[in-house]
Design a protein around this ligand. Structure first.
Ligand SMILES: *Cc1c(COP(=O)(O)O)cnc(C)c1O
Length: 436
């Protein structure tokens, strides 16, 4: 497997290069090539297989030439000690694919943990410690922190804006210790991101430390997200109906991952791209015009993205053919009032508690069911556990929401952060001190 850049299709870099240098020098995005074909037989055998089993089978097709097979099997199983079950809401018609059974209770665990396992594999062969730098506005940081915790040969520095992440999100970043350290920046998320960007172009720092990033443009966060679409298909295949996936979207990594695995042969009939008021992609599907905008704040804040970074990947997957894209993906979007009403209705109809993001996916699927004449099995991706947004969900549903043990224990732990002003040199100095 090689990776080309969306800006220079003629270049082709190795797995290791694309993994450790998230972004090509030409500032495009890496795309895998060629995509292996999984073949019909593959999908006949997967019904009883776990996420880890399926992840290993696909990884072998993708990286069997680059990574020792026995180690690939081990690292895939280490990455996925949890499953991604489809829960039936309306059997044969509507199910939710629960992606929140990992440590940070959001689907980003899947990508972060697989990427961490691959980095650990490659860094074992180098003797220099890798320093991962990540800026987070909340969710990504938790998944990355927990994914890399105790991974040998790797140290993680997370920068987050002081006072601008939720208490539980902050606990996810600041209570692990060991190889994970949190920098609490007196500034905004944009300040954190600017500091990280400057670190990557600081020659003096790069001469001293092997720096890498774990941000969401890294293609190795998307590839494993394809595994759970396959896992879900295995669970609903017996209904014998065409399968439609609905993906609540922000940066459109999750949807791109689904399209990628469809192009590897997964029999997906159609995709629904569901968003909040940040609806540049649904509008593009309507008009053919892509008009990025500054993001607006909503209650489904992990999807507040005005210029989705993976839109370019989606376009590449369809060879820039708008009509092909439109034939395979339908867009729907909902404002906060519709989201709240949807969460209530889902709870009344199906006795299911959906987080705001998940509710938007279900609403999109229901809209697609109404608009399409076909009898399809719809699967909506549940991207986070509702307890991650406990006060909001409880206020909307007017009932208590249970918090899983692994999240509840965090509340008891003591925060440890390195407080810095929003200045690059302050960060650099304290980073060098901590790793020395
Ligand atoms: C990140 C996130 C999304 C958006 O996923 P993209 O891959 O960026 O489209 C949706 N829901 C939740 C809960 C998230 O954390």
């Amino acid at each position: 497997m090689r990776f080309y850049s969306t800006n220079s299709p003629q270049i082709a870099v190795s797995v290791e290069e694309a993994l450790f240098h998230s972004m090509p020098a030409d500032k495009g995005l890496y795309m895998p090539t060629p995509l292996p074909q999984l073949g019909r037989d593959f999908f006949e055998t997967i019904a009883g297989q776990s996420l880890a089993d399926i992840g290993f089978s696909i990884s072998r097709e993708l990286f069997g030439n680059e990574i020792n097979i026995a180690e690939l099997e081990e690292l895939t199983h280490q990455a996925f000690p949890f499953d991604t079950p489809v829960v039936d809401l309306d059997p044969g018609k509507l199910g939710v694919l629960e992606l929140f059974h990992g440590p940070s209770l959001a689907f980003k665990d899947v990508g972060a943990r697989y990427m961490a396992a691959l980095m650990a594999y490659f860094s074992k062969r180098n003797d220099k410690e890798i320093n991962i730098l990540v800026a987070t506005s909340g969710d990504t940081g938790g998944a990355v922190a927990m994914g890399f915790h105790n991974v040998p040969g790797i140290r993680v520095s997370i920068l987050y804006p002081s006072g601008r992440v939720s208490d539980l999100q902050e606990k996810q970043l600041t209570t692990l210790g060991g190889n994970v350290q949190a920098f609490e920046v007196d500034g905004t998320f944009d300040d954190c991101q600017a500091i990280v960007k400057q670190a990557f172009v600081d020659n003096e720092l790069n001469a001293q430390l092997a720096l890498s990033s774990a941000n969401s443009i890294n293609i190795f966060r998307l590839i494993p997200q394809g595994f759970y679409y396959v896992r879900a298909y295995g669970q609903v295949r017996n209904y014998g109906k065409p399968v439609v996936f609905s993906t609540p979207s922000g940066n459109f990594g999750n949807l791109s991952a689904g399209v990628m695995v469809q192009q590897m042969g997964l029999p997906v009939d159609h995709f629904v791209a569901a968003t909040n008021l940040n609806h540049v992609v649904p509008s593009y599907l309507e008009t053919g015009i892509y008009a990025p905008k500054p993001s607006v704040a909503t209650i489904s804040n992990a999807m507040d993205v005005g210029n989705p970074s993976n839109f370019i990947r989606l376009k590449h997957l369809y060879n820039d053919d708008f009509h092909r894209l439109k034939a395979n993906v339908s867009g729907y979007f909902y404002d906060d009032d519709e989201t709240r009403a949807g969460m209530k209705r889902i709870n009344e109809l199906y006795h299911y508690v959906a987080c705001p993001h998940t509710a938007i996916g279900i609403l999109g699927l229901q809209a697609y069911h109404m608009a399409s004449e076909k009898d399809v099995m719809g699967i909506s991706l549940a991207t986070a556990h509702p307890s991650k947004f406990k006060p909001l969900v409880e206020a909307i549903l007017e009932k208590p929401v249970d918090v899983p043990e692994r999240l509840a224990v965090l509340a008891e732990r003591t925060k440890q952060s390195i407080q810095i002003p929003a200045e690059y040199y302050a960060f650099k100095e304290s980073l060098l001190q901590t790793v020395a």
